[in-house]
Design a protein around this ligand. Structure first.
Ligand code: PEP
Ligand code: MG
Length: 755
């Protein structure tokens, strides 16, 4: 049987000599292919490098026609080479021409070769090219040969990444990590940010790839694995999970993987091919990444992150490199790039230097998204393989509005975004000017504009927007960003700090709205078929009142001697409101007995967001101290369209006749009962929608801080009386048109209302 000449160790030592020689990049590649072909007793060895357009260009060859170098290209997915690049997996064939993907290229003269072995050139799981050997005779490549070729490919990947091949690319083509990339993800937080990449928990860079002494490397690897296992065991045993920022389940999964025999065996095998321990960890992880990234199963992809974390821990132990970027080293215009990130980690960075956030993970309802929005950092999530595509220092544009990113953008793209950012800044300046102006319509109607908040970092937004208070304080955010259940004392401290920061302005605290899409990491997860319709918010509060009581106590203590507004979410019947209010009164009586001063003025209100309440409006408006309309949930339940499901979320328009009539019935019942009513869902923060709501009779809104400027600009240009008349007419006689958006937009344009 034929095998590698002199074994993999000899090949790697010779490779190292070639890498160290002071020769041109092309010469280096030419020597490498000769060396590999000779060592693996193959007649052909060729290197293909991935280009910007996804095609693969022949960069060097031993055995094929050398004239074809930099001329032969394979389109994405074309031929065996294209197949290896798209699957990111090795391919060994004893009869290559019989394979359905075989594509004949006359210029290379390769028809005379029957056997074919190709491996992807991988770095961090991303394909950078393909390395191929071929033999004239039909033969079966051994496992050892495949392994050796993969190890060699890893060394080439580092050479490509180091930029050594840049100058060789065919005219007009750029390679690997140099090419501009337009990444599509989902918007997590609005805004446009331009800056340079800073990797959060970056991959550990490995400079030493080839082992001097493979036996010593096995010992190093084993020592590092032992150290990693011990540190995980210690973390779990100490029970100090919160302190480490890791969640207990995550650590348990780590422990399981840290003892996974298959994974450890793979790394040992790779060390024995002649790589250093750290290079072996990197190679195995890169292979695993490449395979798992092509999986659609979310469970498997999630496991990839655990494995990535473990591999990174091992690499840090082996290289002695610390993790992350020191706070003081953060550049002025940082775009933070991470696979995933906890909210606490984001809060650790200096906000004034962050221009954007780019994540591989993280949907719009993730906790990191909530914090990014609160901090006003443009953010995009779910960008596949972002951490492998980006290198520290790369220019990046995060377009949080469109949910897109530009990595290493071309100058014209960058200029277009600079224009976009300038336009936003100009608009912001205009809104800034409106700050000191009253929120009054053209015909003299005063409108109350408040903001929604949930974290202490939101509080400066009150003065920044000149809002008259906080119309919705989502208390669950404190619970969502914490590593453990906040104690009553911690809750009280937050509420008191919020009231202090709001100074004399009113704050409406909403009791916990958890369940549904809002999951607490430290609470047992209950599997429900329809979580949005399940056990959530006030339902949990009424069934298990301990949590609700503790929260109400914290609010009452924080509000001692002050004005306090408490609001109950997801109330479906007046009866539920009565029961919750009873619990509140009981807590109040208890605190009074303890000598705690009562609030100066206590108001208890209800979120109107479950449609059943629309049929108890006279009762609820009479009994509650105020109503606040959660249009996000109300519209989801009214139209039976999941607000989190992209397919249906925008299917129905809140400006259609049905929805507007429902909203009118609430404001009418409230005014009949002289019950104050506010709109706190997102509908109240969009200029055209808010205009319609004013037309229906609403006078108070609570919205995200970024919406205050545009809404104020709109209402100051609005003749509310005229709109009311027009809207009444539209609602009475829709003339078959059920969606009034076009007519409302026409009204705005006719009367020059800036929407
Ligand atoms: C709503 O449902 O409109 C609302 C304001 O509450 P949340 O978005 O927190 O459910
Ligand atoms: Mg809601």
């Amino acid at each position: 049987m034929r095998g590698a000449l002199g074994g993999p160790g000899v090949l790697l030592r010779r490779l190292r000599e070639v890498m160290a020689a002071s020769i041109s990049p092309q010469e280096r590649l030419d020597r490498l292919v000769v060396l590999i072909a000779g060592n693996l007793v193959a007649e052909v060895c060729s290197v293909y490098v991935l280009r910007e357009d996804g095609s693969l260009e022949l960069y060097a060859t031993e055995g094929l026609n050398r004239e074809a170098v930099h001329l032969t290209t394979m389109r994405a997915g074309e031929g065996l080479v294209g197949l290896i690049a798209s699957e990111a997996e090795a391919l060994a064939l004893s009869d290559a021409q019989a394979h359905p993907a075989f594509s004949y290229r006359p210029e290379t003269g390769e028809e005379v070769y029957r056997s074919f072995l190709g491996v992807p050139i991988l770095r961090g799981g991303a394909v950078m090219g393909v390395l191929v050997i071929q033999n004239r005779a039909s033969r079966i490549y051994s496992e050892e040969e495949i392994e050796t070729l993969q190890t060699t490919a890893m060394i080439m990947a580092e050479m490509i990444a180091a930029g050594g091949l840049k100058s060789l690319a065919a005219p007009g083509a750029s390679i690997g990590l140099d090419r501009p990339i337009h990444g599509v993800g989902v918007s997590l937080a609005d805004g446009v940010g331009l800056g340079h990449a800073v990797m959060h928990e970056p991959r550990v860079a490995i400079s030493n790839l080839i082992a001097e002494n493979p036996a010593a490397e096995v010992t190093r690897l084993e020592a590092a694995i032992g150290e990693m296992r011990a540190s995980i065991d210690e973390l779990i045993e100490r029970g100090d999970v919160a302190h480490t920022g890791e969640h207990r389940d995550v650590l348990e999964t780590f422990r399981m993987f840290a003892h996974d025999q298959g994974w450890l065996r793979r790394m040992r095998e790779v060390v024995l091919t002649g790589l250093t321990a750290e290079a072996a960890v990197e190679r195995v992880q890169s292979d695993t990444r490449a395979k798992m990234l092509r999986q659609t199963d979310p469970y498997l992809r999630e496991r990839l992150h655990d494995l990535d974390d473990l591999a990174n821990r091992l690499l840090r132990t082996l290289t002695g490199k610390a993790n992350g970027v020191a706070r003081e080293d953060l550049p002025e215009n940082a775009i933070l790039v991470a696979r995933s990130m906890g909210p606490a980690a984001l809060l650790d960075y200096d906000r004034s230097r962050l221009r954007g956030l780019l994540l591989e993970e993280g949907g719009p309802t993730s906790h990191i998204a909530i914090v990014a929005r609160a901090l006003g950092i443009p953010a995009v999530g779910e960008v596949v393989n972002a951490t492998a595509l980006v290198q520290a220092g790369d220019a990046i544009i995060v377009d949080g509005q469109a949910g897109e990113v530009q990595i290493r953008p071309q100058p014209d793209v960058e200029n277009a975004y600079k224009d976009k950012a300038r336009l936003r800044a100009r608009k912001q300046k205009q809104y800034e000017k409106l700050k000191e102006m009253p929120a009054v319509t053209r015909d003299g109607l005063g409108i109350t504009l408040q903001i929604n908040a949930g974290l202490i970092v939101d509080m400066p937004n009150i003065t920044a927007t000149a809002a008259s208070g906080i119309g919705l304080f989502r208390t669950e955010l404190q619970f969502m960003v914490a590593q453990h259940m906040p104690t009553t004392a911690e809750q009280q401290a937050l509420y008191a700090a919020v009231l202090d920061a709001a100074e004399h302005r009113p704050v409406t605290f909403r009791t916990l709205d958890i369940g549904g899409d809002k999951v607490l990491p430290y609470m047992e997860r209950i599997e429900e078929e329809n979580p949005a319709l399940g056990w959530r918010a006030i339902r949990i509060g009424l069934d298990k009142p301990r949590l609700l009581r503790a929260q109400l106590r914290a609010m009452l203590r924080a509000g001692a001697g002050r004005d306090l507004k408490i609001m109950l979410p997801m109330v479906a019947t007046t009866e539920e409101f009565r029961r919750a209010r009873m619990i509140l009164h009981r807590e109040q009586a208890m605190l009074e007995k303890q000598g705690v001063a009562p609030p100066r003025d206590l108001r208890v209100g209800v979120m109107v967001e479950v449609p059943s309440l629309l049929f108890e409006l006279p009762e609820i408006a009479r009994e509650a101290d105020f109503l606040s309309i959660g249009t996000n949930d109300l519209m989801q339940f009214l139209f039976a369209a999941d607000r989190e499901n992209k397919r249906v979320a925008d299917r129905f328009d809140p400006l259609s006749v049905g929805a507007l009539r429902a909203l009118r019935s609430i404001v009418d019942a409230a005014s009949e009962a002289r019950c104050p009513v506010t709109v706190c869902g997102e509908m109240g923060g969009k200029p055209l929608e808010t205009m319609a709501l004013i037309g229906l009779g609403y006078r108070a809104f609570s919205m995200s801080a970024a919406s205050v400027g545009p809404v104020k600009a709109m209402l100051r240009g609005l003749d509310a009386g005229k709109l009311r008349e027009r809207l009444e007419w539209m609602l009475a006689s829709p003339e078959g048109a059920v969606n009034l958006r076009p007519q409302l937009a026409a009204f705005a344009s006719e009367f020059k209302v800036p929407v």
